[in-house]
Design a protein around this ligand. Sequence first.
Ligand SMILES: Nc1ncnc2c1ncn2[C@@H]1O[C@H](COP(=O)(O)OP(=O)(O)O)[C@@H](O)[C@H]1O
Ligand SMILES: [Mg+2]
Length: 217
Amino acid sequence: MAAERGTGALLTVEGGDGAGKTTLARSLAELLTAAGHSVHLTFEPGGTLLGTRLRSLVLDPELEMSDWVETWLFLAARASHVHDVLLPALKAGELVLSDRYTDSTLAYQGYGRGLDLGRLRRLNLEATAGLSPDLTLLLDISPEAGLARTRARSSEGDRIGDADLAFHRRVNAGFRSLASEDAERIRTVDASRDAADVLTDALQIVNHWLDGRRSAS
Ligand SMILES: Nc1ncnc2c1ncn2[C@@H]1O[C@H](COP(=O)(O)OP(=O)(O)O)[C@@H](O)[C@H]1O
Ligand SMILES: [Mg+2]
Protein backbone atom coordinates (compact mmCIF):
# COMPACT_ATOMS: atom_id res chain seq x y z
CA MET A 1 0.00 0.00 0.00
CA ALA A 2 2.80 2.39 0.87
CA ALA A 3 4.06 2.29 -2.71
CA GLU A 4 0.60 2.92 -4.16
CA ARG A 5 0.16 5.84 -1.85
CA GLY A 6 3.06 7.66 -3.46
CA THR A 7 4.42 10.68 -1.67
CA GLY A 8 1.04 12.00 -0.54
CA ALA A 9 -0.45 11.80 2.91
CA LEU A 10 -3.95 11.13 4.15
CA LEU A 11 -5.25 13.28 6.97
CA THR A 12 -8.77 12.62 8.26
CA VAL A 13 -11.09 14.66 10.46
CA GLU A 14 -13.50 12.68 12.63
CA GLY A 15 -16.04 13.27 15.36
CA GLY A 16 -19.76 13.28 16.05
CA ASP A 17 -22.47 15.33 14.35
CA GLY A 18 -21.94 19.06 14.88
CA ALA A 19 -18.40 18.65 16.23
CA GLY A 20 -17.21 21.14 13.62
CA LYS A 21 -15.47 18.77 11.18
CA THR A 22 -16.58 20.49 7.99
CA THR A 23 -15.82 23.93 9.43
CA LEU A 24 -12.35 22.85 10.54
CA ALA A 25 -11.52 20.90 7.37
CA ARG A 26 -12.28 23.94 5.20
CA SER A 27 -10.20 26.35 7.30
CA LEU A 28 -7.37 23.87 7.61
CA ALA A 29 -7.33 23.32 3.85
CA GLU A 30 -7.17 27.07 3.27
CA LEU A 31 -4.32 27.64 5.71
CA LEU A 32 -2.29 24.65 4.55
CA THR A 33 -2.76 25.71 0.92
CA ALA A 34 -1.64 29.23 1.82
CA ALA A 35 1.44 27.67 3.46
CA GLY A 36 2.34 26.10 0.12
CA HIS A 37 0.94 22.58 0.45
CA SER A 38 -0.95 20.96 -2.37
CA VAL A 39 -4.15 20.15 -0.50
CA HIS A 40 -7.05 18.06 -1.71
CA LEU A 41 -10.14 18.57 0.47
CA THR A 42 -12.80 15.90 0.27
CA PHE A 43 -15.51 14.27 2.41
CA GLU A 44 -17.50 11.11 3.15
CA PRO A 45 -19.98 9.92 2.34
CA GLY A 46 -19.49 11.78 -0.91
CA GLY A 47 -16.49 13.03 -2.79
CA THR A 48 -17.69 11.34 -6.00
CA LEU A 49 -20.99 11.56 -7.87
CA LEU A 50 -21.81 8.01 -6.82
CA GLY A 51 -20.80 8.83 -3.23
CA THR A 52 -23.09 11.86 -3.20
CA ARG A 53 -26.01 9.76 -4.44
CA LEU A 54 -25.28 7.09 -1.83
CA ARG A 55 -25.08 9.79 0.85
CA SER A 56 -28.57 11.04 0.04
CA LEU A 57 -29.88 7.46 0.21
CA VAL A 58 -28.21 6.55 3.48
CA LEU A 59 -29.25 9.78 5.21
CA ASP A 60 -32.83 9.88 3.82
CA PRO A 61 -35.21 9.76 6.82
CA GLU A 62 -37.92 8.28 4.59
CA LEU A 63 -35.89 5.14 3.95
CA GLU A 64 -35.74 2.24 6.35
CA MET A 65 -32.80 -0.10 6.20
CA SER A 66 -31.05 -2.62 8.41
CA ASP A 67 -27.85 -1.60 10.16
CA TRP A 68 -25.81 -3.81 7.82
CA VAL A 69 -27.41 -2.32 4.72
CA GLU A 70 -26.58 1.12 6.13
CA THR A 71 -23.00 -0.06 6.63
CA TRP A 72 -22.67 -1.43 3.11
CA LEU A 73 -23.97 1.79 1.58
CA PHE A 74 -21.31 3.74 3.48
CA LEU A 75 -18.67 1.20 2.45
CA ALA A 76 -19.72 1.41 -1.21
CA ALA A 77 -19.37 5.19 -1.02
CA ARG A 78 -15.95 4.73 0.61
CA ALA A 79 -14.71 2.24 -1.98
CA SER A 80 -15.65 4.66 -4.76
CA HIS A 81 -14.01 7.55 -2.90
CA VAL A 82 -10.76 5.63 -2.34
CA HIS A 83 -10.52 4.42 -5.92
CA ASP A 84 -11.59 7.59 -7.73
CA VAL A 85 -10.38 10.35 -5.42
CA LEU A 86 -8.04 9.39 -2.59
CA LEU A 87 -5.57 7.11 -4.38
CA PRO A 88 -5.16 9.35 -7.45
CA ALA A 89 -4.63 12.42 -5.23
CA LEU A 90 -2.14 10.56 -3.03
CA LYS A 91 -0.25 9.27 -6.04
CA ALA A 92 -0.05 12.85 -7.30
CA GLY A 93 1.65 13.70 -3.99
CA GLU A 94 -1.18 15.73 -2.52
CA LEU A 95 -1.97 16.27 1.11
CA VAL A 96 -5.46 14.77 1.21
CA LEU A 97 -7.84 16.00 3.87
CA SER A 98 -10.97 13.88 4.28
CA ASP A 99 -13.93 15.04 6.36
CA ARG A 100 -14.80 11.59 7.85
CA TYR A 101 -13.34 8.19 6.88
CA THR A 102 -12.98 4.69 8.34
CA ASP A 103 -13.22 5.65 12.03
CA SER A 104 -16.76 6.94 11.48
CA THR A 105 -17.84 3.41 10.48
CA LEU A 106 -16.38 1.96 13.68
CA ALA A 107 -17.88 4.70 15.86
CA TYR A 108 -21.36 4.89 14.27
CA GLN A 109 -22.05 1.37 13.03
CA GLY A 110 -19.83 -0.37 15.58
CA TYR A 111 -20.24 1.49 18.87
CA GLY A 112 -23.45 3.31 17.88
CA ARG A 113 -25.44 0.54 16.16
CA GLY A 114 -23.74 -2.28 18.02
CA LEU A 115 -22.36 -4.17 14.99
CA ASP A 116 -19.32 -6.39 15.39
CA LEU A 117 -16.17 -4.23 15.41
CA GLY A 118 -13.86 -6.94 14.11
CA ARG A 119 -16.09 -7.48 11.11
CA LEU A 120 -16.35 -3.73 10.49
CA ARG A 121 -12.57 -3.42 10.60
CA ARG A 122 -12.24 -6.19 8.01
CA LEU A 123 -14.86 -4.57 5.78
CA ASN A 124 -13.10 -1.21 6.10
CA LEU A 125 -9.88 -2.90 4.96
CA GLU A 126 -11.65 -4.37 1.96
CA ALA A 127 -13.44 -1.16 1.00
CA THR A 128 -10.25 0.90 1.24
CA ALA A 129 -7.82 -1.69 -0.18
CA GLY A 130 -5.91 -1.15 3.06
CA LEU A 131 -5.58 2.63 2.77
CA SER A 132 -5.42 3.86 6.35
CA PRO A 133 -5.07 7.49 7.46
CA ASP A 134 -1.62 8.82 8.33
CA LEU A 135 -3.08 11.21 10.86
CA THR A 136 -6.58 11.68 12.27
CA LEU A 137 -7.91 14.69 14.14
CA LEU A 138 -10.73 13.69 16.43
CA LEU A 139 -13.00 16.61 17.27
CA ASP A 140 -14.35 15.79 20.69
CA ILE A 141 -17.54 17.45 21.91
CA SER A 142 -20.43 16.34 24.09
CA PRO A 143 -23.24 14.94 21.92
CA GLU A 144 -25.65 17.48 23.45
CA ALA A 145 -23.50 20.42 22.38
CA GLY A 146 -22.80 18.91 18.94
CA LEU A 147 -26.49 18.26 18.26
CA ALA A 148 -27.42 21.76 19.41
CA ARG A 149 -25.08 23.09 16.70
CA THR A 150 -26.50 20.89 13.95
CA ARG A 151 -30.08 21.74 14.93
CA ALA A 152 -29.25 25.43 14.71
CA ARG A 153 -27.72 24.73 11.28
CA SER A 154 -30.46 22.88 9.45
CA SER A 155 -34.04 21.74 9.64
CA GLU A 156 -33.52 19.04 7.01
CA GLY A 157 -34.01 15.48 8.18
CA ASP A 158 -30.96 13.23 8.63
CA ARG A 159 -31.65 9.52 9.28
CA ILE A 160 -28.47 9.13 11.34
CA GLY A 161 -28.00 12.62 12.80
CA ASP A 162 -31.60 12.53 14.09
CA ALA A 163 -31.08 9.27 15.99
CA ASP A 164 -31.63 9.50 19.75
CA LEU A 165 -29.18 10.99 22.22
CA ALA A 166 -28.23 7.57 23.60
CA PHE A 167 -27.00 6.60 20.13
CA HIS A 168 -24.88 9.76 19.86
CA ARG A 169 -23.46 9.11 23.33
CA ARG A 170 -22.33 5.65 22.24
CA VAL A 171 -20.77 7.15 19.10
CA ASN A 172 -18.91 9.74 21.18
CA ALA A 173 -17.68 7.11 23.63
CA GLY A 174 -16.68 4.98 20.63
CA PHE A 175 -14.54 7.72 19.12
CA ARG A 176 -12.85 8.25 22.48
CA SER A 177 -12.15 4.59 22.80
CA LEU A 178 -10.68 4.40 19.27
CA ALA A 179 -8.45 7.38 20.11
CA SER A 180 -7.19 5.77 23.30
CA GLU A 181 -6.34 2.55 21.43
CA ASP A 182 -4.41 4.39 18.73
CA ALA A 183 -3.08 7.56 20.33
CA GLU A 184 -0.21 7.72 17.85
CA ARG A 185 -2.51 8.23 14.85
CA ILE A 186 -5.64 9.73 16.41
CA ARG A 187 -5.12 13.11 18.04
CA THR A 188 -7.99 14.49 20.07
CA VAL A 189 -8.91 18.17 19.94
CA ASP A 190 -11.37 19.76 22.38
CA ALA A 191 -14.04 20.89 19.90
CA SER A 192 -16.32 22.58 22.44
CA ARG A 193 -14.33 25.82 22.09
CA ASP A 194 -14.49 28.60 19.49
CA ALA A 195 -13.76 27.56 15.92
CA ALA A 196 -10.61 29.73 15.96
CA ASP A 197 -9.19 27.90 19.00
CA VAL A 198 -10.01 24.51 17.50
CA LEU A 199 -8.24 25.57 14.30
CA THR A 200 -5.14 26.78 16.18
CA ASP A 201 -4.79 23.44 17.98
CA ALA A 202 -5.45 21.41 14.87
CA LEU A 203 -2.94 23.40 12.83
CA GLN A 204 -0.29 22.94 15.49
CA ILE A 205 -0.82 19.17 15.50
CA VAL A 206 -0.70 18.98 11.71
CA ASN A 207 2.39 21.19 11.40
CA HIS A 208 4.21 19.18 14.05
CA TRP A 209 3.32 15.99 12.24
CA LEU A 210 4.42 17.43 8.87
CA ASP A 211 7.76 18.44 10.42
CA GLY A 212 8.18 14.88 11.71
CA ARG A 213 7.50 13.43 8.26
CA ARG A 214 9.93 15.83 6.65
CA SER A 215 12.75 14.95 9.02
CA ALA A 216 12.00 11.21 8.65
CA SER A 217 12.22 11.31 4.85
N1 LIG B 1 -16.09 25.68 17.28
C1 LIG B 1 -17.35 26.01 16.97
N2 LIG B 1 -18.09 26.74 17.82
C2 LIG B 1 -19.37 27.06 17.53
N3 LIG B 1 -20.02 26.68 16.40
C3 LIG B 1 -19.33 25.95 15.51
C4 LIG B 1 -17.96 25.56 15.75
N4 LIG B 1 -17.54 24.83 14.68
C5 LIG B 1 -18.60 24.74 13.84
N5 LIG B 1 -19.66 25.44 14.32
C6 LIG B 1 -21.00 25.55 13.72
O1 LIG B 1 -21.71 24.39 14.12
C7 LIG B 1 -22.43 23.84 13.03
C8 LIG B 1 -21.91 22.43 12.74
O2 LIG B 1 -20.55 22.53 12.29
P1 LIG B 1 -20.00 21.55 11.16
O3 LIG B 1 -18.63 22.02 10.84
O4 LIG B 1 -20.98 21.46 10.04
O5 LIG B 1 -19.95 20.19 11.99
P2 LIG B 1 -19.82 18.69 11.47
O6 LIG B 1 -19.27 18.76 10.07
O7 LIG B 1 -18.86 18.07 12.44
O8 LIG B 1 -21.20 18.10 11.59
C9 LIG B 1 -22.23 24.80 11.87
O9 LIG B 1 -23.35 25.67 11.85
C10 LIG B 1 -20.96 25.54 12.21
O10 LIG B 1 -20.93 26.82 11.68
MG1 LIG C 1 -20.01 18.01 8.28
